[in-house]
Design a protein around this ligand. Structure first.
Ligand code: SF4
Length: 555
């Protein structure tokens, strides 16, 4: 009897196991999704820092302040030890909460003296890219630009000083200050409206501009007669990035003929954009040509401005893309080359990671080199700071589709197949460690007890990060992982230390950071462990997520 039961073929159990594996994987993914969703702010816009934070931050400007007095219109009175007023301090939230840089909003504190003059501005917290925030913190001229200005003038954004290499984040901060003091519409980056006076250069008799049938297309009228069209890149969702940001380009069209192109506004560096705007104004190379002529002319150098080649190329690409979309209704989007290259890299990584014949050491090394190159050029990485930012602020338009694809691959594949292809093949940081490890023949191993103790570190870091995130901590979580250095460079000390120590360790211990440090790797291990069975880790994760939701609903 025993032999008969043992002899039963095992194949019929395979579909059942596959079903269990998928069910367990989906359960784990739903736990992760529930944790991310528990980070979403509830109810109205965030109210900003509490009184303690306001006071402690204000004291970096006004050290004599010992307490806060009355509150007026979101400004807290600063009092000295004898109760005398020293001025006022106010957060830029909630007005700045919807103004995002690259990855989230920043909250600043503005301190005024008793006469309403600005004594100083400080950062309270930022959910933006930590490397950019560090650059801005080091730029004293950025922070002093408001000093001495009367509170009544702070709502005028003007042309704020922005920090090179962190343009979007620093401009978002400046916009936040202006929004706090009365400016509106600053979460929209290009706010100028196109009116008949602006279009008079091409349509001198026009008296009316109305929205057209497609986003970013306006119809120009002279009396009741349609005179032509104005295309606007920011409203069409077109924006080739120049040296330091995108530009808002308009095109005047009459039937199929381009009457002219102009630079309405730009987030690129001003010396370049001024020259490009002048070139378009006085020697517009697009004017008088048909849409077809511009689209078929792919030669570089249509628009030439000495010393501003990156900006001119970005404007030229923007013009071509606007015309291409306008011509191809319904709207067709062209796919940037980096997206195609990145998608091929991700697909290859998945194929190699899932393949039973992975190609041996040479293929592994070649793909590791490709992953490092992709990491250096594209900067796409998956990390805890990113997921927490998405949970708190939603996914921003600046998040490209490939990064979403990379995240989906990194999460779905281990959950549904039990194979962690992101860590084994794709992750540039893991690949760099593989390459470093291959540089030395001799490998070491930690004593078993130390190895077992250190293996807990990624899990403990992961739990600490998520507990802090779920209780609303403002801690910059990107500091706890080295990934941002790949896109922002060495600007923050802690990630730089983690990266350096991890890479030195990788020379001696295979993928040391992956084994003993990486909280993101722990998530993928959680998704891929015991693929068809629920374990104690699942029970613990479910308990943590349930607690998070109880806390979320209660606060
Ligand atoms: S463990 Fe972390 S660093 Fe290592 S490959 Fe995975 S995600 Fe990358």
């Amino acid at each position: 009897m025993t032999s008969m039961s043992c002899a039963k073929p095992s194949k019929p159990a395979a579909p059942k196991r596959a079903f269990r594996r998928s069910a367990v994987g989906l359960f784990r993914l739903s736990l992760l999704a529930a944790a991310v969703m528990a980070l979403a702010p509830r109810g109205a816009a965030p109210t900003g820092a509490g009184r303690e934070t306001i006071l402690s931050t204000a004291r970096t400007i006004t050290p004599e302040a010992v307490s806060l007095g009355r509150e007026n219109d979101g400004l807290h009175e600063l009092l000295d030890a004898t109760g005398n007023s020293l001025g006022w301090a106010g957060s830029t939230f909630p007005q700045a909460a919807s103004i995002h840089g690259y990855n989230g909003p920043s909250e600043l504190l503005v301190v005024l003296d008793t006469a309403g003059k600005t004594r100083g501005v400080r950062l309270i917290r930022s959910e933006d890219t930590i490397g950019h925030v560090e650059k801005i913190l080091a730029d004293t001229e950025f922070w002093s630009q408001w000093n001495g200005r009367q509170d009544a003038s702070l709502g005028d954004l003007g042309s704020p000083r922005v920090v090179s290499g962190a343009t979007l984040t620093s401009e978002a901060m400046a916009r936040g200050v202006a929004a706090r003091f009365g400016a509106s519409g600053l979460d929209q980056w290009f706010t100028r409206t196109v009116d008949p006076a602006m279009a008079a250069r091409w349509f001198p008799k026009a008296d009316r501009i109305e929205p057209g049938d497609h986003p970013g297309v306006s119809r120009v009228f002279t009396g009741k007669t349609p005179s032509g069209l104005i295309l606007r890149s920011s409203r069409m969702g077109v924006g080739a990035r120049g040296f330091n940001g995108v530009s808002d380009v308009i095109i005047a069209l009459q039937e199929d003929k381009v009457l002219g192109v102009a630079l309405l506004d730009s987030r690129d560096n001003s010396p370049y954009t001024d020259d490009v705007a002048d070139e378009l104004k006085f020697a517009d190379p697009f004017a008088g040509r048909t849409t077809a002529e511009i689209l078929t002319d792919t030669s570089p150098g249509t628009l030439v401005v000495s010393g501003a080649s990156v900006t001119t190329e970005a404007v030229t690409q923007t013009v071509r893309e606007m015309l291409r979309r306008h011509q191809a209704e319904p709207v067709r989007r062209s796919i940037p080359a980096s997206w195609i290259v990145g998608s091929i890299w991700i697909t290859l990584g998945v194929v190699l990671g899932l393949s039973k014949r992975s190609g041996g050491a040479r293929t592994r090394t070649a793909f590791a080199i490709l992953s490092v190159a992709a990491g250096l050029t594209l900067g796409w990485m998956v990390g805890q700071d990113q997921w927490i930012g998405w949970g708190r602020n939603g996914i921003q338009p600046s998040t490209g589709l490939p990064l979403l694809l990379l995240t989906a691959v990194a999460l779905l594949v281990p959950a549904l197949t039990g194979k962690n292809v992101y860590c084994s093949r794709i992750c540039p940081h893991g690949a760099a460690q593989v390459l470093l490890g291959s540089m030395r023949k001799r490998r070491y191993a930690l004593p078993p007890r130390l190895h077992h103790a250190l293996r807990r570190l990624p899990w403990l870091t992961l739990i600490a990060i998520w507990v802090l995130a779920l209780i609303g901590s403002d801690f910059p979580f990107a500091m706890l992982e080295p990934f941002e250095i790949w896109s922002a460079g060495f600007h923050a000390l802690l990630p730089a230390l983690i990266l350096t120590i991890g890479w030195i360790a990788a020379l001696f211990l295979p993928q040391a950071y992956c084994h003993y440090g990486c909280p993101t790797g722990a998530v993928f291990k959680f998704l891929s462990h015991s693929p068809a069975d629920l374990t104690r880790r699942d029970a613990l994760a479910a308990a943590l997520v349930a607690t998070a939701w109880i806390h979320h609903l209660a606060t």
